[in-house]
Write a protein that binds this ligand. Structure first.
Ligand code: ADP
Ligand code: MG
Length: 709
């Protein structure tokens, strides 16, 4: 069906409904829409092959090992015969080369196919082999007579598109889709606009956009394909980075930041009299970065990354003091009750000696206790509050909130972060702290709209934790080791996995483990605490307190202690069934020890059966204490979706680029976006017109794009 002229003149050709492509029509169009979400010419153009077959390669029959691959073989036919009767009839032939033979079978169209099969003619068969009655065979292979013209035609790379059974039923298998693209490309290539400026094109030696689209579908060789992929990935990442950085710039221009220029009474007095230790170089550097933001007059939106135990809390406290010295209030929000309580405790301990009160608001704080906190926040009597989501409730109003610190562990959504902004006439400065390091490429993408500070140094005097992996048969050795450490006066954690779906099982594991430990470490010589999710919180608290006061030697627990306690005298962390934990969890758990001056140990217990990923995780834990390295391995194992949670603002909807595999490209595109915007922040120079047009178009297509922080 051809397109009415009048339509052509008003719409972009790429927006044309797929129905109007030659070879499609209404029925196939319906299927393309419902099965592959291909609605328009543009969608089809962006439907990339998932792999390619090198059709210059022929396989010998003896070389067929893989039943799932499309292959081609050169050979001849013999033994052509019809077998079976009537409707059961099949057409069979033996196909052979100098290495062996296989069977070809046809069930349909026999009347047409049979006359065309000739012995002693050389053919190419193309298709997927299958195993039938223990013999390799091909059903309905493509079969072509070998001629010089034919060989020329097929040489090169053939795209393979994923498709569905329904589509294949309407002849839209991979070959069918390939044909559609062959119809589409000549029509639209001229219509594909350039999107990058000429300078960038030239410097990065990029293909034109049209060439990239042509070669991604029909590359003539590997090199061309790589170039096409590079061009398309770069574009995806570049515009994402432009977007993120533009948001960052806009923030700074749009929102006036409260200016914290005073380093006053509270900060100075704390620094002089109450700082329990000297700050590390990294902590000092980070404080400088933050203070520069806070004094700048623009709004701070900063990510603070630091490994477990690197000392983020003190940085948070110092920032809050700055806020107070400048007449503002500060809050810190944590994703869980336990974490909020822990912050409350450690921050109160630091600030109470100087007479500063800290409030706490979480779901479990009683209504009657909340009311005075609400009142004091509104009057300004209370300067610092720690809490969970409860802080976001509308009933929580501040007199003058100037700084919001979010300890996030990737758990707060965009909208939630934004809610904090409405708590004052201008948005408060925002500092996001992450408890686990995030791989660089992810940080650049997910927090690309934030400025970043990194604490990359542990407080002095820490001995690196020694980590070993034991199998179950080393349990006696383990117990012996634990006894020696306990005799030296140390304390021990023994942690069991807690997986929500099988809570019962985990509980059983924990209790069985507890009994075994009780037998191996008899009273009264040894004292053992146990803490798990089914206990009442008073009982939990009681047991935790006993352990903190060193009244017990061993704390047996599920992962509740992951974020809950700080016991510097505990120097051994035993993780049971460690193969069931994810890397970042293992790393977090390990971070519970190594907080005192003693040599600390982490012992990973596991069964003998380990998956490859499980092995990699345990090996990684034994080989490094560096959270950033661990995060990189984790990214490789799990992929970005799993790490960040999948529904983050459409930022991950890359067609081709991968945050896992294309780290260098992410960095490059980020750098180029920075260079670009510092030269032309509004994208208004004539040579940047195309970038601006594309940018605006993407903004329109992805309304969620901007809602990141
Ligand atoms: P995290 O970054 O994991 O939140 P914390 O802030 O809880 O780390 O700090 C971990 C431990 O290190 C705490 O016991 C804290 O008192 C201590 N600490 C932090 N900074 C220093 C420092 N500069 N010198 C010595 N100890 C420090
Ligand atoms: Mg912390």
């Amino acid at each position: 069906m051809s397109l009415p002229l009048i339509l052509l003149s008003v719409v972009n050709l790429l927006d044309t409904s797929i129905e109007f492509l030659k070879g499609v029509g209404p029925k196939r169009a319906d299927l393309l829409r419902s099965e592959l979400q291909i609605f328009s010419f543009r969608d089809l153009l962006n439907y990339f092959p998932f792999r390619y077959i090198d059709r210059s390669q022929f396989l010998k029959i003896s070389e067929i090992h893989d039943l799932d691959r499309l292959i081609q073989i050169r050979g001849r036919l013999r033994g052509i015969e019809r077998v079976g009767k009537q409707r059961q009839q099949r057409l069979k032939a033996e196909f052979y080369d100098d290495s062996g033979s296989i069977e070809l079978v046809w069930f349909k169209g026999i009347r047409f196919i049979a006359p065309s099969l000739k012995p002693n003619v050389e053919y190419v068969i193309f298709g997927k082999p299958n195993l039938f009655q223990n013999r390799l065979s091909f059903a309905h292979p493509e079969l072509d007579v070998v001629t010089p013209e034919y060989l020329k035609k097929i040489s090169g790379w053939q795209p393979v598109y994923s498709t569905t059974e329904k589509l294949s039923g309407k002849s839209l298998n991979s070959r069918g889709i390939e044909k559609l693209l062959k119809n589409l490309l000549p029509q639209v290539l001229e219509q594909i606009p350039e999107t990058l400026n000429p300078e960038l094109h030239h410097r990065l030696k990029l293909l034109t956009r049209a060439a990239a689209y042509r070669h991604i579908h029909f590359p003539s060789d590997q090199e061309q394909l790589e170039k096409a992929r590079f061009r398309i990935k770069f574009e995806e990442l570049f515009f994402t980075q432009l977007r993120l950085q533009k948001i960052n710039l806009q923030h700074k221009l749009q929102y006036e930041g409260f200016v914290f220029t005073n380093v006053g009474e509270h900060f100075n007095s704390f620094y002089a009299n109450h700082l329990p230790f000297e700050l590390t170089g990294a902590q000092k550097r980070v404080m400088k970065e933050i203070r520069r933001d806070l004094g700048s007059g623009s709004h701070m939106n900063r990510l603070l990354q630091g490994d477990v135990g690197s000392g983020k809390t003190i940085v948070a406290v110092l920032c809050m003091l700055l806020a107070i010295d400048n007449g503002f209030q500060a809050c810190i929000m944590a994703p869980t009750e336990i974490l909020a309580q822990q912050h409350f405790q450690s921050i109160s301990e630091l600030l109470e000696p100087m007479g500063l009160k800290v409030g706490m608001l979480t779901g479990s704080v009683k209504k009657s206790e909340r009311k005075p906190i609400h009142e004091d926040l509104l009057s300004g009597a209370l300067k610092i509050v720690v809490g969970t989501h409860a802080l976001l409730e509308d009933t929580v109003k501040f007199k003058n909130l100037g700084l919001a610190i979010i300890d996030e562990q990737h758990r707060f959504g965009v909208a939630q972060r934004a809610k904090l902004w409405l708590k004052n006439r201008n948005p408060p400065h925002v500092l996001v702290m992450t408890a686990t390091p995030i791989p660089r490429t992810l940080a650049m993408t997910f927090y690309g709209d934030l400025d970043t500070s990194i604490i990359d140094e542990l407080p002095p005097g820490r001995k690196p934790i020694k980590t070993v992996h034991y199998f179950e048969n080393s349990r006696l050795k383990l117990n012996g080791f634990l006894k020696k450490e306990i005799e030296k006066g140390r304390q021990v954690y023994i942690v069991y996995p807690l997986i929500e779906e099988s809570e019962k099982l985990d509980y059983a594991d924990l209790m069985a483990g507890y009994e075994a430990i009780d037998r191996a470490f008899p009273k009264p010589k040894y004292q053992v605490s146990v803490v798990h999710g089914r206990m009442k919180s008073e009982d939990k608290e009681f047991e935790m307190q006993r352990f903190m006061k060193a009244q017990t030697d061993i704390m047996v627990a599920t992962t509740v202690i992951e974020v809950g306690v700080n016991v510097p005298n505990a120097s051994v962390m035993v993780i049971e069934s460690s193969e069931k934990f994810g890397l970042s969890q293992l790393h977090q758990l390990r971070g519970r020890v190594g907080r005192g001056a003693e040599q600390s140990y982490c012992i990973l217990m596991s069964g003998h059966k380990l998956s490859n990923d499980g092995k990699t995780r345990l090996k990684t834990m034994c080989s490094t204490n560096n959270g950033f390295e661990i995060a990189e391995v984790d990214l490789g194992l799990r992929g970005p979706g799993d790490i960040m949670g999948t529904q983050q603002s459409g930022l991950m909807d890359f067609k081709l680029a991968s945050l896992t595999a294309d780290g260098d490209l992410v960095k490059l595109s980020r750098h180029e976006a920075q260079v670009f915007l510092s030269d032309d922040p509004e994208m208004e120079k004539p040579e940047n017109k195309r970038v601006q047009i594309r940018y605006k178009q993407l903004e329109k297509e992805n309304p969620n794009w901007g809602r990141i922080s």
